[in-house]
Ligand binder design. Structure first.
Ligand code: PLP
Length: 393
């Protein structure tokens, strides 16, 4: 027996452990100081009342013989897939319910989708980015090339035709940079994918934070994207499902090569390795798309959006360069006075007792940058920005 030696090539995932360790050490040494955390990428507001009601009703259904449910469809119940289809329609995108696959979250699908692609594919990943894309491909032993995101391109890299790629990851609005592509910019990525015969894996986990016109909610807003893109999305950020777990992936029927359909391959993969999302959870997720549910989740999103605006205006006041904040819960800022990511982490912790996430943990281009998140409470966010202003001015 041999283990998968590719695991030796995965970078040690020390980012959040190191953040927690440094924070705990500071806290032990200064028990009187109140630490404010703007580092987490997790939501903090509870599920919407409409979702809770639907969950309770579904639990009661499971208690009665006539409405009890056993194994569900691998691809999700029709009621939820129809709800997702209508949600897409609400921002002008037509997808078929039979092109939508429900799952326990975008992270699982982003990792599992690699089962349908050949091992020899070259992977193009932006740097910095959500670490799951890199780690899942390293585990599988694939070749990875990087698209450099930096201050010059506003952390929105555009295609380089000198680079050959088969599978292209795009995350917009981006974690960690908060930067979001316009439909026009995505058009260039779709053209590049067509030229290279590549597929785009488009992570739209933060689409619900988009408020500005012209920015893409979905890659399918670009004409011609259906034959070259798979889209991943999640109930985690739109509706606070990080602990409840539900997401979905869209694979258009048009996505085909050599007589093989990506939609059919994914169905086959899921039917083999996945037994579906609990009925109860899918009922809760479907409630997000009711009029009542949508109004409630929008009120929650507005809290995070206001927090993001508070952090962004703090950066404006301090003259600090940043991306995100407007169409994203993340503010990605350039560390002041040329500080490195960890240097700035220690500076903020020691002087303002504010915790964020060092950009270096998201890729080499993240060095010198820092991520603050809007998922805290309004009080914490306001107090943290006041403290930041005092120590940086
Ligand atoms: N994609 C991105 C870019 C994320 O930041 C996250 C979570 O932080 C996910 C996907 C995972 O979403 P889920 O909770 O649906 O697994």
């Amino acid at each position: 027996m041999n283990y998968n030696s590719n695991f030796k090539n995965i970078a040690e995932s020390y980012l959040f452990a190191e953040v927690a360790d440094r924070t705990a050490k500071y806290s032990q040494a200064h028990p009187d100081k109140k630490i404010l955390k703007l580092g987490i990428g997790d939501v903090t507001l509870p599920l919407a009342p409409a979702v809770i009601k639907a969950l309770h009703e579904a639990v009661d259904e499971m208690a009665v013989k006539e409405s009890f449910k056993g194994y569900g469809p691998y691809e999700g119940y029709g009621f939820l897939r129809e709800g997702i289809k209508d949600y897409y329609k609400s921002f002008g995108v037509e997808v078929g319910a039979d092109e939508i696959f429900v799952s326990d979250g975008a992270k699982s699908d982003l990792g599992n989708i690699l089962d349908i692609f050949a091992k020899e594919n070259t992977i193009l990943v932006p740097d910095p980015v959500y670490p799951v894309y890199v780690d899942t491909n390293v585990m599988a032993g694939r070749k990875i090339v990087y698209a450099n995101a930096n201050e010059a391109n506003g952390f929105l890299p555009m295609p380089d035709y000198n680079v050959d790629a088969d599978v292209i990851y795009i995350c917009s609005p981006n974690n960690p940079t908060g930067a979001a592509y316009t439909v026009e910019q995505l058009k260039q990525w779709v053209e590049y994918a067509h030229e290279k015969g590549a597929v785009i894996l488009y992570d739209a986990a933060y689409e619900s934070f988009i408020t500005e016109a012209g920015l893409a909610r979905s890659i399918y807003e670009v004409e011609g994207a259906k034959d070259c893109a798979i889209e991943f999305c999640s109930f985690s950020k739109i509706a606070g499902f990080t602990g409840t777990r539900c997401g979905y992936t869209v694979i258009p029927h048009a996505l085909k090569k050599d007589g093989m359909s990506a939609n059919k391959l994914w169905f086959r993969r899921q039917a083999t390795k996945f037994n579906g999302v609990p009925y109860i959870i899918q009922k809760g997720a479907a409630a997000v798309f009711t009029t009542e549910g949508m109004a409630q989740i929008k009120a929650n999103l507005a809290v995070y959006q206001r927090n993001a605006a508070v952090i962004a205006s703090c950066m404006d006041e301090l003259g600090i360069w940043y991306t995100g904040g407007k169409n994203s819960p993340y503010i990605w800022l350039k560390c002041p006075s040329g500080m490195g990511s960890w240097e700035f982490f220690d500076f903020l912790l020691n002087n303002a007792q504010v915790v964020g996430t060092p950009g270096a943990g998201f890729g080499k281009n993240g060095e010198g940058f820092f991520r603050l998140t809007a998922f805290g409470s309004e009080e914490t966010t306001k107090e943290a920005t006041e403290r930041i202003k005092k120590v940086i001015k």
